[in-house]
Design a protein around this ligand. Structure first.
Ligand code: NOJ
Ligand code: CA
Length: 695
């Protein structure tokens, strides 16, 4: 027995602080490291291999465990903004130090929390390996049975997909419908059985399992290859054009691979595990980071009125043509002085912090074409957008302008302009920017989720922090909790957002699955708040409908929380429904506490959140395309205090397809004993403001 231990240490195991999760790590007969995980005695992950293959060295087999280290950690930290003011970071840690017969060293660090676990590879400095070109990561997530999955198809370049709900064994077949469907898609043959993370699995006996990654720095994003026969999943790293997944220099720690587990769906929503696995804020003075609500000319471009980001339709605007005053304006350009002024006035009148203006700068004439003859300039405004005037006007009105940097995926060009672009923002009183990467990445050797673009995102967010600028990034790698380290990264799109309500629609289940999946990495700039949901209203040839009731649009401010939250519709539509707009005016964007009251993935979510800056609570409830009675248990309220609830709800005959704007607003006294049954229409929702009644 002693001899066996000398050759190879016995298996290591570790449990979560509450003892519900048990992790076991060992090496098999081939010396391949593997782990398994159980929750309350039920298998979550069965034996799943670990390792990494580089061109220069294989960290895969012939390993033995040299030693193990354990540690425990328990702290409460306070994010700059978010769903909670206090976040508990409590885990037990196990590091398994491995060496293979080639003398290569690899340590795997596991952290087991009450709500799941994370692991990462920590490659120490060593003689036999230095610079590595990573070809593959072995990490497996093998399930014991054919669970139901909620996931989007694998794709190196876009995540703007609807979710598919299917058994593991059926998922590859179910995703075939997406082949070549998306304009930005770089789906290739090797992605036919691949899904993106964060994904959610539900077992037949009621376990919920979310798999994703945390702290994606200096490495490509992960996706997961499905084996439909064994119900297995294996990490699939986004490659560059040469097929290399990542270039690393040792010592190097990979991002964390994360597994959130619970038998209560609400706990998946409440989990802060991914944030906990990220480093604390690198920004010391965070006083300049300010969550905000904003409006913008943006929806004008989506309503079917043929409005454009471009000032001119003159495609002769080739490189070298710099004098825009010589181009003929197209007259369909919302980013003009008069129009933006109206938005500033509306924001000032309604307590909205900021106005986003897309299409303000030179370069849009050719932006979506793959020729990309023109590149964007981030310090040159169009002739009809009087930036100095609007800057001063907005300041006078106490409203911020939000900058827009669409790069058309020319990341390299953006990096070259970045200092100038950020300095231009500071000089003109802008402190937040929405960035965008539409199209195939330049340099062409990179994908949206390859290491080069992960590095680019880090470069941009760090540079932004230097300039005290907040970022809302679109078409960037999916978030992995880096908002903890860089709290100036307020929001990301990185999923199919509200804009698709004008391009085929988002079925109601979409916003009932995003919080279980995509939102685990960080907040989403989903752009809620559409009141004019039937687009034929605009009488400009567009017939589509947003798949939602009006009341549901209000509830999304709670179920899709973001510190940078848009009121997406046009001011004129808000003016038609001023009583409903009151909710958008009043709903906060940062929270003291959050309580998930009811939840089932892709079906329904009911959440209560306490305003960070007052004693008010706000409740949001949504359902899928089925009507539902939400049961709101107000026991979270302070005992002995009476509250007034203002309820924005679907009218009894409301429906997300043919009676979208039927809502009713009622007031009710509630206290911590109240249980309210609240009707939600098919595709509907309810939003409630709860304020203490002061005597
Ligand atoms: C795609 C973004 O998601 C959208 O919000 C933006 O308006 C366009 N790109 C133009 O930048
Ligand atoms: Ca987008």
């Amino acid at each position: 027995m002693c001899a066996a231990v000398a050759l190879n240490m016995a298996a290591a195991d570790i449990s979560s602080p509450d003892g519900n999760l048990l992790l076991n790590v060992d090496v098999n007969a081939q010396g391949e490291p593997y782990y398994n995980l159980s929750y309350k005695g039920k298998p979550v992950i069965v034996d799943s291999k670990l390792g990494l293959v580089a061109k220069e060295a294989k960290f895969k087999d012939n390993f033995k465990i040299l030693s193990t280290d354990t540690a425990s950690f328990n702290e409460t930290w306070h994010p700059v903004w978010g769903e909670y003011q206090d976040i508990v970071n409590h885990f037990n840690q196990l590091t398994v130090n491995l060496q293979n017969t080639d003398g290569l060293l690899m340590n795997v660090c596991f952290r087991v929390f009450n709500d799941g676990m994370g692991f990462r590879y920590e490659f120490p400095l060593q003689d036999k390996a230095n610079y590595l070109a990573v070809l593959d990561e072995i990490s497996e997530f093998n399930f014991p049975a054919d669970h139901t999955l909620f996931a989007i198809p694998g794709d190196y370049d876009t995540d703007e997909y609807l979710f598919t709900e299917a058994r593991i064994s059926e998922m590859p077949e179910a995703m075939k419908k997406y082949a070549g469907r998306h304009s930005e898609s770089q789906r290739t043959k090797d992605l036919e059985k691949t899904i993106q993370t964060p994904m959610l699995a539900k077992t037949d006996d009621g376990l919920y399992i979310n798999i994703h990654e945390a702290a994606l720095i200096g490495f490509p994003a992960i996706q997961l290859d499905i084996n439909p026969e064994t119900y297995g999943m294996k990490t699939h790293l986004t490659p560059d054009k040469l097929g290399v997944r990542g270039y690393i220099q040792l010592p190097f720690n990979t991002p964390w691979r994360t597994i959130i587990v619970s038998d209560d769906a609400r706990e998946i929503l409440a989990s802060q595990l991914i944030l906990n696995l990220n480093e604390p804020s690198k920004i010391e003075d965070t006083s300049w980071i300010k969550p905000m609500k904003f409006i913008g000319v943006w929806w004008e471009m989506f309503t079917g009125r043929e409005k454009t980001w471009a000032y001119s339709d003159d495609y002769r605007a080739k490189p070298g043509v710099t004098d825009y005053t010589k181009l003929k304006p197209n007259g369909r350009h919302p980013a003009n002085t008069e129009n933006v002024k109206k938005y500033i006035d509306f924001a000032a009148d309604h307590g909205i912090d900021a106005v986003l203006v897309e299409g303000w700068n030179e370069g849009w004439e050719d932006w979506a074409s793959y020729r990309k003859n023109r590149q964007f300039l981030f310090d040159k405004h169009y002739p009809d957008f009087d930036l100095p005037y609007l800057r001063d006007y907005a300041k006078e009105k106490g409203v911020k302008l939000v900058m827009h940097h669409e790069t058309a995926a020319n990341a390299q060009d953006y990096e070259r302009q970045l200092d100038r672009a950020f300095q231009f923002m500071k000089d003109n009183n802008y402190d937040a920017v929405k960035t965008g990467y539409v199209g195939a990445i330049i340099p062409r050797s990179e994908h949206h989720t390859s290491q080069g673009m992960v590095d680019h995102a880090q470069y941009v967010i760090e540079k932004a922090a230097d300039y005290e600028i907040m970022i809302d990034s679109h078409e960037a790698p999916r978030p992995t909790g880096l908002i903890r380290t860089y709290p100036n990264w307020l929001a990301q799109e990185s999923a199919r957002g509200g804009e698709f309500e004008s391009m085929g629609g988002n079925p109601p289940s979409h916003t009932a699955i995003l919080p279980f999946t995509r939102l685990k990495g960080g907040p989403m700039d989903y752009t809620p708040g559409l009141f004019q949901l039937d687009l034929s209203y605009y009488n400009e040839g567009k017939t589509g409908k947003a798949m939602s009731t009006l009341a549901r649009q209000l509830a999304l401010y709670l179920t899709m929380p973001s510190p940078m939250q848009m009121a997406a519709d046009l001011p004129e539509n808000y003016q038609r429904f001023p009583d409903a707009f009151t909710f958008i005016e009043e709903v906060p964007v940062e929270w003291k506490d959050s309580k998930y009251l009811e939840a089932e993935p892709a079906r329904y979510i009911t959440v209560a959140r306490q305003d960070k800056n007052s004693d008010d609570w706000f409740v949001g409830a949504i359902t899928d395309d089925n009507a539902r009675d939400a049961v709101i248990d107000f026991s979270f309220l302070e005992p002995g205090v009476s509250y007034e609830a203002t309820i924005y709800a679907d009218a009894p005959n409301a429906h997300y397809l043919d009676n979208q704007q039927a809502y009713i607003i009622t007031k009710k006294k509630v206290n911590n004993k109240t249980k309210l049954k609240q009707h939600l229409a098919p595709g509907g929702g309810a939003a409630i403001k709860v304020s203490p009644i002061r005597k």
